[in-house]
Design a protein around this ligand. Structure first.
Ligand code: AR6
Length: 166
């Protein structure tokens, strides 16, 4: 079975066990995919997020999906790209791995990732895709869950990069 699938979609439309949110440390919403997820989930998502106490870069925390078609949201914080000598690569890997761990612990069958940190956080897209794909493949070797991982690309540039690499 193919356990990785690339799709070009708005992540808020996906009927999966969990979608991952590229959040900021406050976990209280923002722009980009974070804003789209909060708008689609409705105000109860923010209420639950207020109980989480924020997160460090690379951490991941779980909430329900509320009005989303997805059952849950995994909120993770990717690194801001700051030249590449500030642990950015390791922190992006952590964001993916900790999100996958939450999915595994909860026995989620399906999880969908946006291209974390490649928007306003300016992580170079090719490098981000390499890290995302490697981290997911390594995790899948050792874990039964999540059975299926979707890479959700919203912009053409990321879609073309993933299409070529996968
Ligand atoms: N579905 C899927 N992907 C999307 C969607 C969508 N609806 N909307 C945007 N993207 P960004 P970051 C893609 O900037 O770089 C927020 O303000 C987009 O094309 O959302 O991790 C947070 O609160 C890009 O490839 O996240 C943080 O402050 C990818 O999502 C900050 O931005 C990530 O872009 C996080 O920055």
């Amino acid at each position: 079975m193919n356990k990785i699938e690339l799709i070009r979609e708005d992540i808020t439309k996906l009927e999966v066990d969990a979608i991952v949110n590229a959040a900021n440390k406050s976990l209280l919403g923002g722009g980009g995919v974070d804003g789209a997820i909060h708008r689609a989930a409705g105000p109860y998502l923010k209420k639950e997020c207020e109980t989480l106490g924020g997160a460090e870069t690379g951490q991941a925390k779980l909430t329900k999906g509320y009005d989303l078609p997805a059952s849950y949201v995994i909120h993770t914080v990717g690194p801001v790209w700051n030249g590449g000598n500030n642990n950015e690569e390791e922190l992006l890997e952590k964001a993916y791995r900790n999100s996958l761990k939450l999915a595994a612990m909860n026995e989620f069958e399906t999880i969908a990732f946006p291209n974390i940190s490649t928007g306003v956080y300016h992580f170079p897209r090719e490098l981000a895709a390499d890290i995302a794909i490697k981290t997911v493949r390594d995790f899948q070797q050792d874990n039964e869950f999540p059975r299926k991982v979707y890479f959700v690309c919203f912009d053409d540039d990321n879609f073309n990069i993933y299409n070529q690499k996968l």
